[in-house]
Design a binder for this molecule. Structure first.
Ligand code: ADP
Ligand code: MG
Length: 405
């Protein structure tokens, strides 16, 4: 249903205005909304927010709008389908994950030739090491190349099987799965004990495998350690590449750096080390930690944040245009011209810093559909600021000017 997310957002804003408790207001402030087909997912940062949201906010939303919301904390990240936000471009590669990344990329490169070196690819690792991200990135790459891709968590797959049995449509289900080029099954450990689901999956697996279609499976443990999963399925998994995903120290720090940029926080080696010391080998935990930092930062920076809210992206473009003598139209369009491109990247960087807009919104403003291009510009400017102090000063000057009006 189009506009569902907007309707929920509007209701939340109304509720927010009616709320008297600062603690509840904070719960609403920290909730983020996402839409998946007909579902709206509310992402909350922790269990406390989830509890408060379900108890105090959700009933108020319900009174205003007929809608079901799925409220999730970071450790309950449920993904229903392929999401364009997970790509290889934004997946940091290092010692603990390069084998798995390479295997997936090579598989996609060889899919058309029907000569995939390793199939299936079985990726296992602890929570938050990037299994879902990698599966999704593989799916998105395959999609880009025109292949038919299905991503399913094994919970969703099991539910589909149960429904198909109820509705007498198992034949359709089988046919549907047998037409794909790439099948990505996440969290296979949840198939434990579900015999009928395993059997259906086994048949689909064999069909796809024999037809040189790619299967990538993610699990929280090695195939041998899967409980209540039929031996023949485990044998199939072990017949391909079984690879563990881990988070080593260097990759962890590289990820922290990337996330600081994404969240618009200062990138500083001391901060990176501090976050690394205070988080485990779990990227989701790292993201949670940085979200907290961001929340604290915005509290400390209240006065300038209030001012910052008043700066519109149009003003940023106007200021940058005047300073560098490049027309606004040129700044807003993609270009191959080096100087204009640099000025455009500065404008993108400043829009993100000063207007505090989400990456996607900044992208929209500058006519790019994916936020990775925005990230690319931001990263490039961060780097140039360090290499070229004069440019750094210019940018800081513009930033202060914009913030202080
Ligand atoms: P898992 O499925 O192993 O529990 P996820 O793939 O859901 O973990 O990763 C958790 C979060 O961390 C996601 O937001 C993901 O984008 C991010 N993440 C994990 N690994 C990386 C990486 N190597 N580079 C960038 N982001 C990562
Ligand atoms: Mg996962």
């Amino acid at each position: 249903m189009p506009g569902l997310l907007d309707s929920v957002l509007e209701k939340l804003r109304e509720i927010y205005r009616e709320l008297e408790s600062p603690a509840l207001r904070e719960v609403v402030e920290r909730a983020e909304l996402e839409e998946y087909e007909d579902k709206v997912v509310v992402r909350v940062p922790d269990e406390y927010c989830k509890f408060a949201f379900l108890k105090e906010i959700y009933p108020r939303v319900k009174r205003k709008l007929q809608v079901s919301l799925l409220v999730l904390t970071p450790s309950e990240d449920v993904i229903f389908e392929l999401s364009p936000k997970y790509t290889f471009k934004n997946f940091i590669v290092g010692k603990g994950n390069h084998l798995a990344v390479r295997a997936c990329q090579v598989a996609i490169e060889n899919l058309r030739k029907k000569s995939i070196p390793y199939n299936p690819i079985f990726i296992y690792g602890r929570v938050g090491v990037g299994k879902t991200h990698l599966l999704q990135a593989t799916g998105n790459k395959a999609l880009e190349r025109g292949f038919k891709v299905i991503y399913r968590s094994s919970i969703d797959f099991a539910e589909e099987v149960v429904n198909a049995i109820k509705e007498n449509s198992l034949g359709y289900l089988r046919d549907f799965y047998k037409t794909v080029d790439v099948l990505l099954i996440d969290d296979i450990q949840f198939m434990a004990g579900k015999e009928r689901t395993q059997l259906e999956f086994f048949n689909i697996f064999n069909h796809l495998y024999q037809n040189n279609k790619l299967l990538v499976i993610a699990s929280d443990r090695h195939p041998k350690k899967l409980k209540d999963v039929m031996d023949r399925l485990i044998n199939r998994f072990e017949g391909g590449l079984v690879v563990e995903l881990k988070l080593d120290e260097i990759t962890k720090k590289a990820i922290i750096k990337e996330k600081l940029i994404i969240y618009g926080l200062p990138v500083d080696q001391n901060i990176i080390d501090y976050i690394a010391q205070n988080t485990g080998d779990n990227v989701r935990e790292i993201e949670g930690f940085i979200t907290q930092l961001k929340a604290k930062e915005s509290l400390n920076l209240k006065p300038s944040e209030e001012k910052a809210r008043l700066v519109s992206p149009v003003e940023v473009v106007k200021e940058v245009s005047a300073f560098y003598g490049v027309s606004k139209n040129k700044i807003l369009k993609k270009t191959r011209h080096r100087k204009i491109s640099l000025v455009r990247q500065i404008a993108i960087y400043l829009t993100r810093q000063v207007c505090r807009l989400p990456l996607a919104k900044v992208g929209e403003m500058f006519g790019v559909s994916d936020h990775t291009s925005v990230l690319y510009a931001i990263r490039k400017i961060e780097k140039l600021k360090k290499e070229n102090p004069q440019l750094g000063e210019e940018i800081e000057f513009l930033k202060t000017k914009l913030l202080e009006g």
